[in-house]
Each structure stands twice: as structure tokens, then as C-alpha cells.
Design a protein around this ligand. Structure first.
Ligand code: FAD
Length: 310
């Protein structure tokens, strides 16, 4: 494996964590990693890569940026282009693949060197099956967040290159997110509640546990989203968000296949359910059988104590 281009999303010179995980995935293959980034602040990035190419520009255009990335990949003779499996990564990767006449492997959860090729692992059919695929030529892939180790920041030399201004589509506005809460797709810890919470007011117990960790987001099953207890932005599953946090709590959630499809690649899964035969226990690393409404206050106090070092 000789060279991999990693597109690094950044904001004011700080790399997005999912992108740094993609740098880690590329490095794990023993390749020379070339980071490519875009926008104001890209030139200030300090990345763990052999080099960083900062595309100087202020207007995001997926087709123009994909053209720039594909151009760099061709000029460098890269074996692969990796993007994080974020909205931007999913916007860019298929365009880059089309320009390189390469396959595009989406939402991969593992990568491995296989001679000169790369083997990719990706959940398919709503997570019911795991596909192992291999590229023989240049490959483009998006990598699921929280599945790869992010390296510490590095000191890659930055080369500045003007971004292409030849665009067909242009991003004109990003509306600020209301509330500023941590999103389930970004949080390292997710505390999800389901219909077993009995009524919407009891989600205060879920919010308290999430707050005790300090870096956790609240998630929800579709049953409670459909009931109007929680917003759709919190829904985890086949028709919600796919997440892979370090720690996932499924509280009062039965473990229906459509929910599991969205969280089964979480590193550690803790289930709380009063039914010892609930399907979620088949997947859980740790299970607590009992009434969530009684268990949660004690668990939250224990987490507060552990977090404060008491
Ligand atoms: C096409 C399609 C797409 C879908 N997409 C999604 C999706 O994206 N995400 C999703 O979540 N679902 C999805 N669903 C719905 C899914 O099939 C389930 O209906 C849903 O996940 C059930 O939610 P739940 O586990 O909260 O509720 P339930 O299935 O009602 O389970 C509640 C659980 O709480 C436990 N419980 C009850 N009281 C307590 C208590 N006091 N303490 C502890 N435990 C208690 C019960 O034992 C039970 O296991 C989809 C369905 C379809 C058909």
C-alpha cells in the first residue's frame, strides 16, 4: 500500500474527529497518508499525516471540491481516497469515485491491507449482513465514525493550493443548529430510551444520566419518536441515525432489529430492561434486569461520583 488521500473536514483550523479517525485508518494500512482539506483555517491544521494540502477557498461546492480531490489523487498516484462518513463525506466521495472511475465503498467499519488491495468491511441490509469487499484498483471509501483510532495531532507540512472556482453547485447557507445539544451521530456516549420509560416526562432520568457523563447525547427508539416523546433527530436505527459510540445505553428498549441496525457496532452496549428475555440482552455487553425508573437515579449518582473522582 503506497499512498492514501484522506479528506479532512475542519472548522477554523480544528479537524473534525471523524476525519482524524480516517487518518488513523489510512495509517493503519501502512500507507503514506496525504491529508487534503478545504476552507479558512485549513492551512493551520496540525495533522498526523506525511503532508497536508490546504485548498484555499471560501465557497463550498461539492463538484468543484470533488474535482480538486480527484485531481490530487491522480497527480499523487494514490491507491485510495478516504472521507469520513459524514454529510460532507457522503456528498464528496461518490463524486470523487466517479471522476476516478473507481468503486465507492460507503460507511465502512473496518479496513485491512490485502497485498496491494484494500479490504473493506461494511454493514449492509440495515446491518443484518456484513459485507467484506475488496478493491483491486483505486478505491474511494467513507469510513464510519468511532470505528477507527484517531491519532494525536501531528506536524504535517502544509502546502497551500487554490481551490477550484469552477462549480455547478454551491453551498449558500448553513443554518445554525437550535439548542446546541450534542448530536447522537457525534457523541462518544449515547444514553437511549424507549417505550419502557413509560411516559415522556421520565426521559428526564435519561437526560440526567447523559448529563452526568458530560459528553453524552440522548438517543431514542422509533416508538418514542413516533409517539412524539422525543424529536426525530434523536432516533437511532434503520430509519434514524446509525451510530457507533464508545458506550451505548439501551434503556427500556426491546432490541427490535430496526433499532439494532443503527447501534450494533457500538463498542460497549449496556441494556436495562425489566424483561430478562428482551432481545437487546443478546447484543448487550452488560445487562441490568429491572425497572429503569428505579435503576436510573442510582446509576446517575454512581456515574456522577465516578466522573468527579469521588
Ligand atoms: C420499516 C421500519 C423501520 C423502523 N425503524 C426504526 C428505527 O430506526 N429505530 C427504532 O428504534 N425502531 C424502528 N422501527 C420500529 C421497531 O420495529 C420497534 O417497534 C421499536 O424499535 C420499538 O421501540 P421500543 O424498544 O422503545 O419499544 P417496545 O418494543 O415497546 O419495547 C419496550 C421495552 O421496554 C421494556 N420495559 C417496559 N417497562 C420497563 C421498565 N419499567 N424498565 C425497563 N424496561 C422496561 C420492555 O420489556 C420492552 O422490552 C422500525 C420499524 C419498521 C417496520
Amino acid at each position: 500500500m503506497s499512498k492514501i488521500i484522506v479528506f479532512v473536514e475542519q472548522c477554523n483550523g480544528t479537524a473534525n474527529r471523524a476525519s482524524t479517525e480516517a487518518l488513523g485508518a489510512a495509517a493503519s494500512l501502512g500507507a503514506e497518508v496525504i491529508a487534503v482539506s478545504f476552507g479558512e483555517g485549513a492551512a493551520n491544521l496540525t495533522l498526523a499525516a506525511a503532508r497536508t494540502i490546504a485548498l484555499e477557498g471560501t465557497q463550498y461546492s461539492p463538484d468543484a471540491l470533488a474535482g480538486d480531490i480527484a485531481g490530487i489523487a491522480k497527480a499523487e498516484g494514490a491507491n485510495a481516497v478516504f472521507c469520513a462518513s459524514t454529510g460532507t463525506g457522503r456528498d464528496l466521495a461518490p463524486r470523487v469515485a466517479a471522476l476516478l472511475d473507481s468503486p465507492c465503498f460507503s460507511d465502512c467499519t473496518a479496513v485491512a491491507a490485502d497485498g496491494d488491495a484494500i479490504a473493506f468491511t461494511r454493514p449492509t441490509l440495515a446491518g443484518k449482513l456484513i459485507a467484506n469487499v475488496k478493491s483491486t484498483g483505486t478505491a474511494v471509501a467513507t469510513l464510519r465514525r468511532n470505528c477507527f483510532e484517531a491519532p494525536e495531532a501531528g506536524s504535517a507540512e502544509v502546502t497551500i493550493q487554490p481551490a477550484s472556482a469552477d462549480f455547478k453547485a454551491l453551498l449558500t447557507e448553513i443554518a445554525a443548529k437550535v439548542g446546541g445539544k450534542l448530536d447522537v451521530s457525534e457523541a462518544p456516549i449515547i444514553v437511549s430510551g424507549g417505550r419502557g420509560m413509560k411516559e415522556p416526562e421520565n426521559f428526564k432520568l435519561i437526560e440526567d444520566l447523559a448529563a452526568a457523563f458530560g459528553n453524552a447525547a440522548v438517543g431514542a427508539s422509533r416508538a418514542v419518536v413516533d409517539a412524539g416523546w422525543r424529536p426525530h433527530s434523536e432516533q437511532v436505527g434503520q430509519t434514524g441515525k446509525t451510530v457507533a459510540p464508545q458506550l451505548y445505553f439501551a434503556i427500556g428498549i426491546s432490541g427490535a432489529i430496526q433499532h439494532v441496525a443503527g447501534m450494533k457496532t457500538s463498542k460497549v452496549i449496556v441494556a436495562i430492561n425489566k424483561d430478562p428475555d428482551a432481545a437487546i440482552f443478546k447484543l448487550a455487553d452488560y445487562g441490568i434486569v429491572g425497572d429503569a425508573l428505579e435503576i436510573l437515579p442510582a446509576l446517575t449518582e454512581a456515574v456522577k461520583g465516578a466522573v468527579s473522582g469521588a
